[in-house]
Design a protein around this ligand. Structure first.
Ligand SMILES: [Zn+2]
Ligand SMILES: [Zn+2]
Ligand SMILES: [Zn+2]
Ligand SMILES: [Zn+2]
Length: 596
């Protein structure tokens, strides 16, 4: 089948071309409300409701700038006037309003069409546009996108505001009904009564597309000689006996493919190229072979308990005035006195590489227990942003994340030409254009919080859209979620997390040849004893021979196959297809066959 030339494919191509054209204008028109609305629509028609929400939200922020005369008032006002001027010129030429006419019957964008005399736009007119036409368009895209992404609490919240501002608008009435209907169904399924539920308890997260966006120019070719060379330089400094090479990894089966795959599991394993870690020489059992410290870490609470940089447990101290001069004691940041370090090394690294950008910025947030791990991931994202700001590099270029594979469904749009689907009139089949969506998303974690924190870090989020945009946050989440290790506190709530970029290059197996420990640095040992399971080649012994791949584990390998796979699915982005899993799954099927 020639997918590349199908009509759907050409719709996709032209929409992508439109989008990248609009993205280019961000550099010269960062304060344009209209540009953000156009971007939002463009993302929406490409099946990225989450990215549409991001730009609709930025449009609302700019509308606030114009209406409330905030920090970027002058720039936002100038941009608004320029937008009206160009809209007028264009509309008078075409005599056709740009928006859905029914929603803009009494809108400034319609009445202007009759106005032949091009006059200078005054401030009042810009305010009128911001308050009416742009505001309702922004709310419209925002609320619809939030509903599509499963963020009902936020959708309800913004729709309530929209209804207050535009009581006559039928689309907001329709959204209200849709939200109520969806919530009723949801709470029916959980056995609760929707009418007694507080708004704060409405579900507010969903799944969005997880892909290497076709316009992402920052992703390196991890298999190129330059990439491998860079990674090996890094690897040698933390693990002199190990090297990074291209490995053949069994392709993970996706959730939606499981039903068809499970009948003949052994025949469904395809291999893909992936990076792996290999022994440069024979290594006997029980030898430490890697020690890596990362600054891409997060602590969800009790800042005085862990080193802010490496998250090593700090010596217990009842004294607020911690003695920083003595070796081995806790050092506080001299400016904010809110974060603590285990050593001068960690303190100096932190100040040089991230803390200076975020010193004094409070990250405190009340988080319900069931959102604790999502919150930890969002803190890792914020640390990434701080690393990028302090070092003045693009967040996707940071060495901590650049070479991490984000478990994308799609690589630069290659598969999109098969999966992306619209009908003959160009209407998307569903909000995600029928592309799989597996990346956890919430309005708070993927848009609101990162933008809020950046503003607190004195970053101009409008002029820095090329560094800090929703698609960049999503890409970082893909990378972080696939590789972060997390540890629970005494109450079993996840408390600290970290991404160790070298360590996470090792692939997973439920029959690993190394064990690891994470206490500040992360360490690897060759296993003294291999995991006990029936199907292994009896010739395999502990220790690693030269040229053999190092296999770590991302889940509790004492569990049975089904539970192991459930644990690892988040980190692997699909079912584990290691030799042991495949054998044990087939073994289970054989036993079932005997029983029947
Ligand atoms: Zn209008
Ligand atoms: Zn430390
Ligand atoms: Zn500080
Ligand atoms: Zn496995």
């Amino acid at each position: 089948m020639e997918a590349q030339t199908s009509p759907t494919s050409s719709i996709l191509r032209s929409r992508l071309a439109e989008l990248t054209e609009l993205q280019k204008h961000l550099a010269t028109q960062p304060y344009s409300i209209v540009l953000h609305l156009k971007l939002a629509k463009s993302y929406k028609y490409l099946g990225y409701p989450d990215l549409a929400v991001g730009d609709a939200y930025k449009a609302l922020l700019l509308i606030d700038e114009v209406l409330e005369e905030l920090e970027y008032y002058e720039m936002a006002l100038d941009a608004a006037k320029a937008d009206i001027t160009s809209f007028r010129a264009h509309e008078i030429a075409s005599r056709r309003p740009d928006y859905h006419v029914s929603e803009h019957v009494e809108c400034c964008c319609i009445s202007l069409v009759d106005d032949d005399e091009a006059e200078a736009i005054d401030d009042v007119e810009a305010v009128t546009w911001a308050k009416t036409c742009w505001s309702k368009t922004a709310y419209d895209i925002l609320v619809e996108g939030l509903i599509d992404c499963g963020c009902f609490r936020s959708a309800f919240d913004y729709n309530t505001r929209a209804l207050k501002a535009f009581p006559y608008m039928p689309s907001f009435e329709t959204y209200r009904e849709t939200i109520t209907l969806k919530l009723r169904t949801y709470f029916k399924s959980t056995g609760e009564n929707f009418d007694t539920i507080d708004v704060l308890d409405y579900p507010d997260k969903g799944l969005v597309r997880r892909e290497l966006y076709p316009w992402n120019e920052y992703e390196p070719d991890r298999f190129s000689p330059e990439s491998i060379q860079f990674l090996n330089k890094e690897m040698t400094s933390v693990a002199p006996k190990l090297e990074v090479k291209v490995a053949n990894l069994p392709l993970l089966s996706r959730k939606d493919e499981i039903s068809s795959a499970s009948s003949f599991p052994t025949q469904q394993v395809h291999h893909v190229k992936q990076l792996g870690v290999f022994a440069k020489q024979d290594i006997p059992p029980g030898e430490q072979i890697l020690q890596e410290k990362s600054l891409l870490t997060a602590i969800s609470r009790l800042h005085e308990t862990y080193c802010d940089a490496c998250v090593a447990t700090l010596p217990a101290s009842t004294d607020a005035e911690v003695d920083s001069k003595e070796g081995g004691t806790t050092i506080a940041c001299e400016d904010c006195d809110e974060v603590f370090f285990c050593s001068t090394d960690c303190h100096d690294l932190a100040q040089a590489q991230y803390h200076s950008a975020i010193c004094g910025v409070s990250l405190e947030q009340k988080v319900p227990a069931n959102e604790a791990s999502d919150y930890l991931y969002s803190l890792l994202l914020i640390r990434t942003l701080a690393l990028a700001e302090a070092q003045e590099v693009h967040p996707l270029m940071l060495k901590e994340v650049r070479y991490i594979w984000g478990d994308y469904h799609d690589y630069l749009g290659i598969n999109l030409h098969r999966t992306w689907n619209a009908d003959s009139r160009g209407q998307l089949i569903d909000p995600f254009a029928s592309v799989p969506h597996t990346l956890p998303f919430s309005f708070s974690n993927n848009i609101l919080t990162p933008l809020n924190i950046l503003e607190k870090m004195d970053v101009n989020i409008f002029e820095h859209s090329h560094r800090y945009d929703t698609w960049i946050f999503n890409t970082l989440y893909g990378k972080i979620r696939g590789t972060a290790s997390a540890k629970q506190g005494l109450d079993f709530k996840p408390e600290i997390a970290a991404v160790h970029p070298m360590w996470c290059l090792t692939n997973h197996s439920c029959d690993p040849n190394v064990s690891w420990e994470w206490q500040g640095s992360i360490k690897f040992w060759t296993r003294e004893k291999l995991v006990d399971w029936k199907g292994r080649d009896p010739k395999l012994q502990p220790g690693i021979l030269e040229g053999e791949e190092v296999f770590s584990h991302y889940c509790d390998i004492r569990l049975p196959v089904k539970e192991r796979r459930e644990w690892a699915v988040g980190a692997l982005g699909g079912d584990c297809m290691c030799t042991r899993c495949i054998w044990e799954e087939a073994d289970g099927d054989r036993e079932k066959g005997v029983a029947e």
